[in-house]
Design a protein around this ligand. Sequence first.
Ligand SMILES: [Zn+2]
Length: 449
Amino acid sequence: MKRLFILVFFLAGYSSQAADLRVGVARKPITPDLPFWLSGYASRDKPSTGALHDLWAKAMVIEENSKSRIIIVTTDILGLSREVSEDVAARAISRYGIDRSQLLLNSSHTHSGPVIWPALSIIFDLSPADQEAATLYTRRLADNIVEVIDMAMANLAPMQLSCGHGSAGFAVNRRQPTDKGMVIGVNPGGPVDHDVPVLKVAEPGGKLIAVLFGYTCHNTTSRSYQVNGDYAGFAQIELEKLNPGIIAMYMSGCGADQNPNPRGTVELAAEHGKSLADAVQNTLAGKLKPVRPPIRTSFTTAELEFAPFNLEKFRDEIVGTDIYKQRRAMLMLEAYNKGWDTRDFKYPVQAVRFNNDFSILAMSGEVVIDYAIAAKKRYPGENLFVAGYCTEVQCYIPSTRVLREGGYEPEESMIYYGLPGPFADNTEERITVVVSFVMKKTGARRSGK
Ligand SMILES: [Zn+2]
């Protein structure tokens, strides 16, 4: 009698869960035609002529019904520009009647992917022909993302979602304190987050269809001139090999101050990819927790400010010897002369929550790990993954601690991103306000403290 009861209970749970959500996944290669300039490092002095593997745009649509759904897109590129992200969002909104909060765009931040033009244009000296190729690629990228969403929509079918966590140890804090201040190195005592969140998509019969997984670390293992997705690219390929027919999607965490360790070669990128894939594969084989509807989403923007600056600095830099500072100064003075406001900065933040089971806080830009650690602490019951590199990658997003400490992420990088200078002291505070706002909108519960 007891056994029968368990069986009936099991079947009832099984069928109601199976009918609850529909999921569609699809992927599309976005490898540029070669030769093509790769992004990520200012030191690159020639275009790429070869590829180790394809780069991909991948889409996963998860829906409860036509009103309640989330479209997640991952891309093997350095970062989407606002232009691409807004273009894709406008088209997805009109095609599918969604609102902005129902589209989550993420970039892997591979440093061996194509230039997105004119993002980070300060670090490049592209010929007019190369600029044209990069512009056409960027336009095509937006089309590709819309097309892969269409493909995923066409694949919607009843699925079971479940989630779990693994761990991979190759990320290390890269902000190393020295006599000369903070440098990019290895700081074994600095904060890290080795969590590997895993979202599994399976048919009601149990057949694995897709897996979405995350990690919090820069995709900077190699400085190759061969197109590749760095460790994230290798991890996705490995998982798709281990589980033929599935789609594996990588989502970046807040790894702005995290580097793979050791690093320097493509072989190491493959090795880190393998250890990440193993962490995901082991998690898939273990006991997972069901992920159920409702799906709730929220999206808003924070208004950030830069630390006060004056034009004198740019007048000095424009006649200085540093080519990157000269280019930045030119941008700033031209903007001033045209009356464009360079003091304001709009910062998108988004949250996605599946019942009490799994949540994603999706932050834009290159976000330092402090934000992920703080949010996980504030929402301990939310099974939260804090993603960075979402929506658009416009610059580094420092915490108060990192701003105070100085160094590449809060200061020097702003030159390459063509921004006036470091953010103001109130940056983390302002971001925390909008994080609370979007989390609350999705029904997330904060810790009592
Ligand atoms: Zn970066």
